[in-house]
Write a protein that binds this ligand. Structure first.
Ligand SMILES: CC(C)(COP(=O)(O)OP(=O)(O)OC[C@H]1O[C@@H](n2cnc3c(N)ncnc32)[C@H](O)[C@@H]1OP(=O)(O)O)[C@@H](O)C(=O)NCCC(=O)NCCS
Length: 177
C-alpha cells in the first residue's frame, strides 16, 4: 500500500480496488454529491478508483484514499488532479469526506498536506481548487488552505470559482507561521 502523506489524524495513500465499498459511502451519497451533476452509482465507485490509479501512473499523483487513523477506515479522498481550465491543464486540490464526519476539520487537514506536497514535491508554481459558489463548506476549506478567488470558469457545464494559491503566497504563509 503506497502511503503518500500522513497528518496527525489521517493517512493519504493510493486507492486500491478493494476501497470501492468504502468510497461508495461517500460518492454514491446524494447529499454529499449535491453540487455535482449527480451522485455516482456503485460501478461509478469502481471506475473512480480505476481512473485515479491511471492518474498515478500518468502524472504521479491523483486523488488519494483518506484513512482516518483513529478508526482504521477509509473515509474519503483528497489529492491533486490535473484539470483543464480555459484550455490549460492545472493542478487542482480536491476533497470528499464521508458525511457523518463533516465539520471536524478533516478536509482542511488533508488539503493543507496536499498543498504542501504540491509545492514541495511536485514543484507546482500554483495550485487551484474548482468550486461552485453554493458549495460553502468547500469554499471554506479552500480559504483555510490559503487560497483566494482567482477567476470564474465553466467546468462540467457549470459555473465554478477558481480558487488559487501561488508558490509566493504559500511561502509567505510559512514565513508567518
Ligand atoms: C467539502 C467537504 C470535503 C468539507 O469536509 P469537512 O471535513 O467537513 O471540512 P472541514 O471540517 O475541514 O471544514 C468545513 C468548513 O465548512 C464549514 N461548513 C460546513 N458545512 C457548511 C454549510 N452547510 N454551510 C456553510 N459552511 C459550512 C465548516 O464550518 C468549516 O468552516 P469553518 O472551519 O470556518 O467553520 C465536505 O463537506 C464534503 O465532502 N462535501 C461534498 C463533496 C464536495 O463538495 N467536495 C468538494 C468539491 S469542490
Amino acid at each position: 500500500m503506497a502511503t503518500i502523506l500522513e497528518t496527525s489524524r489521517l493517512i493519504l495513500r493510493e486507492f486500491l480496488p478493494e476501497d470501492a465499498d468504502a468510497l461508495a459511502r461517500v460518492i454514491c451519497d446524494r447529499e454529499t454529491m449535491r453540487f455535482y451533476p449527480m451522485a455516482f452509482d456503485r460501478s461509478g465507485a469502481d471506475e473512480w478508483i480505476v481512473r485515479n490509479r491511471r492518474r498515478y501512473e500518468e502524472f504521479g499523483h491523483g486523488l488519494w484514499a483518506m484513512d482516518l487513523k483513529a478508526i482504521g477506515e477509509m473515509i474519503g479522498d483528497c489529492g491533486i488532479t490535473v484539470h483543464d481550465v480555459d484550455g490549460e491543464g492545472l493542478q487542482e486540490i480536491g476533497y470528499h469526506v464521508r458525511r457523518d464526519l463533516w465539520g471536524q476539520g478533516l478536509a482542511t487537514e488533508a488539503a493543507r498536506a496536499c498543498r504542501d506536497y504540491g509545492f514541495q514535491t511536485l514543484d507546482a508554481p500554483f495550485l487551484i481548487s474548482l468550486i461552485r459558489a453554493e458549495n460553502v463548506a468547500s469554499c471554506r476549506v479552500a480559504e483555510h488552505n490559503g487560497m483566494t478567488i482567482w477567476k470564474q470558469t465553466t467546468h462540467a457545464n457549470l459555473q465554478h470559482r477558481v480558487y488559487r494559491i501561488t508558490r509566493a503566497e504559500w511561502q509567505g504563509l510559512r514565513d508567518r507561521s
